[in-house]
Design a protein around this ligand. Structure first.
Ligand code: ADP
Ligand code: MG
Length: 435
């Protein structure tokens, strides 16, 4: 994936090159096309993963075309919880719009004198970056013209919520045209954020990017090639008899698959239950309570249902079906190895999942170790062209991880997130306490 393939204006591409960016970060690659398509977005990704560009680049893309409406008011408004962040965002906007001389950016912040900011609001503007409190003051004085506003961004919305800015944010949003596009960025997308989003966003696209591989050093990953569904089932049954497994989450591709598999496992004597999106909240809570109490040892789940499950006793994640989206693999295996414990992630790959496997290994930049269980070997043709049947490592394809130390896949020699000198290429943010 390149910035060129995002169809950005040449002036934007020029600025990215000048910034030393060689390719979009994962959250940029996923969110920028949706933003350019005009969708509302709810985005969560660890600190330092390049979220600013997720809203600034599509905004600049819009600004490359003249406004359909007359007037001088801002076409984009970014709300941030703090002055520091507002200034950082302004600097980023200036950097990315360096070769678009007609883009006018202004900042309205608390704790600074009013007159200069008042003059700013009276002059023509394209992008306004503001903290909510001060902006409300100006709105109350009738100083802000939102008639041209096309795009509203709430950056670090969770912090705005924590800081008690929810009412001001809602009031400001209410002062902007209803037809606007809205993007919300937050470390979490649940609770108060979900409520806020419901009020301010229209059918938002949900984009969640979790810290990738580097945060999963404590998780041993294994891959078993399988011939078909019945081979998967025999292998799973065998693996689940391992006493080392305290509790496991088994992922299936579909809700029906989860129900069926949980039923079959129960029939075979496993303490299993399903968790999926067709269950109502109280059913889900009941199942999760049983997992927490230990009454359920094997939870069979779909991706959506497993989001945010935080059960510390889960020792094994088993990908009965490989996820369709490579990032979900990282979400899934992150359900084990919580709080510094070690975990094991076992994936099954049938011949029709060869493509997904390739995507996952490309995404994590790592070849998963191949394993076989004696007596349950796959047929040679199920091994996706891998020669030989023994645990084979493909070291020459998987990038040696040490070679990436202290640098990033995205060039520019930047270090992302607070990894404390550990592998920073994966945009991990340990301070978030996940994974
Ligand atoms: P976030 O808002 O997710 O915490 P920022 O937008 O502040 O992250 O970006 C963090 C750092 O990463 C900044 O220094 C920014 O210049 C840099 N950055 C952003 N996108 C890229 C990219 N595609 N390639 C290289 N560096 C990038
Ligand atoms: Mg940010």
């Amino acid at each position: 994936m390149s910035f060129e393939s995002l169809n950005l204006d040449p002036a934007i591409l020029q600025a990215l090159t000048a910034s030393g960016y060689t390719e979009p970060t994962p959250v940029q690659a996923r969110a920028i096309p949706e933003a350019i398509a005009g969708h509302d977005l709810m985005v969560s990704a660890p600190t330092g993963t390049g979220k600013t560009a997720v809203f600034v680049l599509p905004a600049l893309q819009r600004l490359a075309q003249p406004s359909a409406k007359p007037g001088r008011g801002p076409r984009m408004l970014v709300l941030t919880p703090t002055r520091e962040l507002a200034l950082q965002v302004t600097t980023a906007v200036e950097k990315y719009s360096k070769f678009m001389p007609r883009v006018r950016t202004g900042t309205v912040l608390g704790g600074m004198p009013y007159p200069k900011q008042r003059r700013l609001l009276e002059s023509p503007l394209d992008i306004l970056v503001a903290t909510p409190g001060r902006l409300i003051d100006f709105i109350d004085q009738g100083k802000v013209d939102f008639s041209r506003l096309e795009l509203l961004v709430l950056d670090e919305a969770d912090r705005m919520l924590d800081m008690g800015f929810i009412k001001p944010v809602e009031r400001i949003a209410g002062a902007t045209p209803a037809a606007r596009q809205t993007m919300l960025f937050s470390a979490t997308l649940d609770g108060g954020i979900a409520t806020l989003a419901k009020r301010l966003l229209k059918q938002p696209k949900l984009i969640e990017v979790e810290a990738t591989q580097a945060n999963h050093d404590n998780i041993e990953q294994r891959l078993h090639y399988v011939d078909d569904g019945s081979h998967k089932h025999r292998l799973l049954d065998h693996l689940l008899r391992d006493v080392e497994i305290d509790q496991a989450i088994v992922f299936t591709a579909t809700k029906r698959g989860a129900d069926r598999l949980a039923g079959k496992l129960s029939d075979n004597g496993h303490a299993a239950a399903a968790l999926h999106g067709n269950m109502n909240q109280s059913q889900r809570n009941r199942t999760l309570a049983k997992v927490r109490s230990g009454d359920v040892r094997v939870l069979v789940a779909t991706d959506v249902a497993a989001r945010g499950i935080d059960v510390l006793s889960i020792t094994h994640v088993i990908n009965y079906d490989l996820p369709k989206v490579a990032e979900d693999y990282v979400h899934r295996i992150g359900r084990t190895g919580r709080a510094g414990a070690s975990g094991i992630a076992i994936s099954f790959a049938a011949p029709d999942e060869a493509h997904q496997l390739k995507q996952i290994e490309r995404y994590t930049g790592q070849q998963i170790d191949r394993h076989v269980v004696a007596g349950m070997e796959p047929k040679p043709q199920s091994r996706h062209g891998a020669p030989g049947g023994e645990r084979k490592r493909y070291g020459e394809q998987g990038k040696p991880r040490s070679s990436n130390n202290g640098n990033t896949r995205w060039g520019g020699g930047k270090s992302y997130g607070g990894n404390g000198g550990r592998q920073s290429r994966d945009f991990g943010d340990r301070s978030r306490g996940r994974g």
